[in-house]
Design a protein around this ligand. Structure first.
Ligand code: SF4
Ligand code: SF4
Length: 358
C-alpha cells in the first residue's frame, strides 16, 4: 500500500506536465497547487478533505495521473495522528448507532421488518442506506419485483461501509467489512442485488474472496418497454463510482431508451461526469465546494432542455434536489421512472436537518 503510494507520487512528480487539464474540470484543484507541486511538497489536511475522491482528474489527464490517492492516504494519516476529532463526523458513520440515517428511519417510522424474509433464501436485496432511508417506496417496490422475479426473500439493511473508507478510518472500515462478511456468509447468501453504484463496486471488492455474486437491479428486473405515454425528456447524471466501468451508465440508458424515454445528454457525461457534491464527504468539510458542484451541474442539465434530471445514485439525486435553481427541471431517480413510483425529493434533506434541530 505504502509502496504503491510512493510509486504513484513519484510518477506524478516525473510525468505531470502541469498542463492544467485536471484543474479545468475540478473546482477544488483549480484553487490548489498543481498535482506535481503537491506531490513534491506533500498534502495538507485541508487539501485531503477538500477532494471529492471522484477520480475525474484521472479520466481527463492525458497520462492517467491522479492526485486522489495522495489525498486518500493523507486522510488515513490524519486519523492515525489524531489530527481530527472522530466524534465530529460520527453522525454519518455506519458503525455509529445514532447516525443520521438510523435516526431518520426511527423518526419517520421507516423499517422493513414486515417484509417476508426466508432465512433459507440465497438471494438478498442490498438497497444501501441512502435508498432504504430516503426512498422507502422505491425500496419496497424493488424488493417486491425481486421477490417475484428471482425468488429473492431477504433484505439486508446495512450500509456498504463507504463513509468509513472515505474518511480514512481504516481500522473501523476493516471491522465493519468483517462484520458484513460474517453476516452475509452466515446467512448463506450467494447473490446480492444492489441498486446503488457505490454499494455495487465496494461490495464487489470487499466480498470478492467470499464468492458472493454482486448484481445490479438493472440486469435482473424486467422494466417496461415501448411506453405509449407522453414521457418527459431526460438528461442523465453519471455517478463517480461508475466512471471507468460504466456498468450503470449503460444499463440505465438502455432501460430508459427501451421504455421510450428521449435522452438528451449533457456536455460532461460518463468518464467526464463531475461529482454531484456528495463525494468524499466534502459537504461536511467544504460545503461551498459541494454547493458549487450542484449549481454547475444543474445549470448544465437545464441547458439540455430536459424536463427531468435523473441519476442512478440516490445520493446524487438528493444532492441535486436540495437546491432550487429556479427552473422547471425536476430531479428523480432512474427507478422512479422505470418502476412508475414517483417521489418528490425536494425537502428530504430539510426533513433530516429538522430532526437534529429539535
Ligand atoms: S492533467 Fe495530468 S499532466 Fe495535466 S496537470 Fe493534471 S495531472 Fe498533471
Ligand atoms: S478526485 Fe475529483 S475532486 Fe479530487 S482532485 Fe480529482 S477531480 Fe478533483
Amino acid at each position: 500500500m505504502e509502496n504503491n503510494l510512493k510509486k504513484e507520487t513519484e510518477k506524478i512528480i516525473s510525468e505531470c506536465q502541469e498542463c492544467g487539464l485536471c484543474s479545468n474540470g475540478c473546482n477544488f484543484l483549480a484553487e490548489s497547487a498543481s498535482p506535481a507541486e503537491m506531490a513534491r511538497r506533500g498534502i495538507t489536511l485541508e487539501e485531503a478533505y477538500g477532494c471529492a475522491l471522484c477520480a475525474k482528474c484521472k479520466a481527463v489527464c492525458p497520462f492517467g495521473l491522479s492526485p486522489q490517492p495522495m489525498f486518500q492516504a493523507r486522510r488515513v494519516k490524519a486519523i492515525q495522528n489524531q489530527e481530527l476529532d472522530q466524534e465530529e463526523f460520527n453522525y454519518f458513520m455506519p458503525d455509529y448507532e445514532e447516525n443520521v440515517m438510523n435516526v431518520y428511519r426511527q423518526y419517520y417510522h421507516i423499517d422493513y421488518r414486515d417484509l417476508e424474509i426466508d432465512e433459507s433464501s440465497d438471494t438478498y436485496f442490498f438497497p444501501g442506506c441512502t435508498l432504504m432511508t430516503y426512498s422507502p417506496k422505491l425500496t419496497r417496490e424493488i424488493y417486491s419485483r425481486l421477490h417475484k422475479k428471482l425468488g429473492c426473500r431477504g433484505i439486508l439493511t446495512e450500509c456498504c461501509g463507504l463513509p468509513l473508507h472515505q474518511m480514512g478510518l481504516t481500522d473501523r472500515a476493516q471491522r465493519y467489512t468483517d462484520f458484513l462478511i460474517e453476516k452475509i456468509t452466515g446467512h448463506g447468501i450467494k447473490r446480492l442485488i444492489t441498486a446503488c453504484p457505490n454499494c455495487y463496486y465496494l461490495l464487489r471488492e470487499t466480498l470478492k474472496s467470499t464468492g458472493v455474486e454482486i448484481l445490479t437491479i438493472y440486469e435482473v428486473v424486467d422494466f417496461p418497454d415501448n411506453s405509449q405515454g407522453n414521457l418527459p425528456k431526460c438528461t442523465i447524471h453519471d455517478s463517480c463510482p461508475d466512471r471507468f466501468e460504466g456498468i450503470f451508465a449503460r444499463q440505465t440508458r438502455a432501460a430508459l431508451k427501451n421504455y421510450g424515454v428521449e435522452i438528451v445528454e449533457m456536455a460532461n457525461i460518463l468518464q467526464d461526469s463531475p461529482c454531484c457534491g456528495s463525494g468524499g464527504q466534502i459537504s461536511h468539510f467544504r460545503p461551498d465546494l459541494a454547493d458549487k458542484l450542484v449549481h454547475n451541474r444543474l445549470e448544465e442539465a437545464k441547458h439540455t432542455g430536459a424536463q427531468i434530471l435523473v441519476s442512478y445514485c440516490l445520493s446524487c439525486v438528493l444532492n441535486f434536489a436540495r437546491i432550487d435553481i429556479d427552473s422547471e427541471l425536476t430531479v428523480r431517480h432512474v427507478l422512479n421512472l422505470l418502476l412508475g413510483v414517483d417521489e418528490d425529493y425536494t425537502d428530504v434533506k430539510k426533513q433530516a436537518a429538522k430532526i437534529f434541530a429539535e
